[in-house]
Design a protein around this ligand. Structure first.
Ligand code: CP
Length: 313
């Protein structure tokens, strides 16, 4: 694997899940694989889990880690041919190549603007690093994908599921702010490759990109969708059709303990309590959100191991 921009970059999803689970048992199994290798983690947006879990994953493989909050650095220009006499001080053509002199792998987090669908779908920041850096790039959440989270979710479902083919429901929930589609997109793309019965439920107007949801059933009746669910994955996203808009915040869509029934509860975190998910559900024994966040380390470690193997070829 040359880059990890999307879950589909994994040659074999099941083998990568197995690798992550092995690393959870034996975190230092490959502690020398990253010796004298450096990863640069570049953040254009905030993070708690992705930042710390990727750093921990790199340490477990013997790597050195450099973290840059890009907002503290020079403002980068991404447009080709730009006349840079306004705010941007450095072009991505130089910035990417310079960072690649210091780091063997570069990981990037850059959220969408949620104003211009076409522009966001081009994933300009992530793709520019892939184009210009010349080293493996890891997507730590781009405009349309969060594949480290997607892999983590697959690892967690494999860990918690008592059934060979669980019913997994991805449920929209209200949120006061316009949130990106990346987590939901990567979750769907990952689940579509696994032996699960995936159902998506969201209010009218909140259907995700049909090129991603494909043949997966989408119901606007949350009660119907949650019937006999084994695992409920809760997430908010803004409208895709009315791009980036919060159409409404129907509190009836908040996930409660009653709605959860006997299912297990997942969320990528951070989560707004009693807006997205009720306290009683989050604090119940059915919630695996902390275990899920813990698995971020081993999903990232599996991905970095595959990229380091590629560098060693
Ligand atoms: N789930 C997730 O990506 O968390 P952070 O935004 O804190 O990294």
């Amino acid at each position: 694997m040359k880059h990890y921009a999307d879950i589909t970059d994994l040659k074999n999803l099941q083998e990568t899940i197995d690798l992550a689970l092995l690393l959870k048992q034996k975190p230092y199994l490959y502690e020398d694989v990253g010796k004298r290798k450096t990863i640069a983690l570049l953040f254009f947006n905030s993070s708690l889990r992705t930042r710390l879990s990727t750093e921990k994953a790199a340490h477990n493989l013997g790597m050195k880690v450099m973290v840059l909050n890009v907002t503290d650095s020079w403002q980068i220009e991404f447009e080709d041919g730009a006349m840079m006499n306004f705010n941007t001080a450095e072009h991505i053509k130089e910035a990417a190549q310079v960072i690649a002199q210091y780091a063997d792998i570069i990981a990037v987090r850059a959220f969408p603007g949620l104003k211009d669908k076409k522009k966001d779908q081009q994933e300009q920041v992530l793709q520019s690093f892939i184009k210009y850096a010349g080293v493996p790039i890891v997507n730590m959440e781009s405009a349309i994908a969060h594949p480290l989270q997607g892999l983590t979710d697959a690892v967690t479902i494999q860990e918690i599921s008592a059934k060979k083919r669980p019913k997994v429901v991805l449920s929209w929930a209200p949120h006061p702010k316009a949130l990106p589609h990346a987590v939901a997109n990567s979750f769907i793309k990952t689940m579509q490759q696994l032996p699960v019965d995936l159902v998506i439920t969201n209010p009218e107007g909140y259907n995700l990109d049909p090129s991603i949801t494909g043949a997966t059933p989408v119901l606007d009746d949350q009660t119907e969708a949650l019937k006999d669910a084994d695992i409920v994955y809760v997430k908010n996203w803004s409208s895709f059709e009315n791009y980036g808009q919060v159409l409404h915040n129907d509190t009836n869509w908040m996930l409660t303990l009653e709605k959860l029934g006997d299912a297990q509860l997942m969320h990528c975190l951070p989560v707004r309590r009693n807006v997205v998910i009720q306290d009683a559900a989050l604090d119940s024994e059915q919630s695996v959100v902390i275990q899920q966040a813990g698995n971020r380390v081993f999903a990232a470690q599996a991905v970095l191991k595959l990229l380091l193997d590629h560098l060693a070829e």
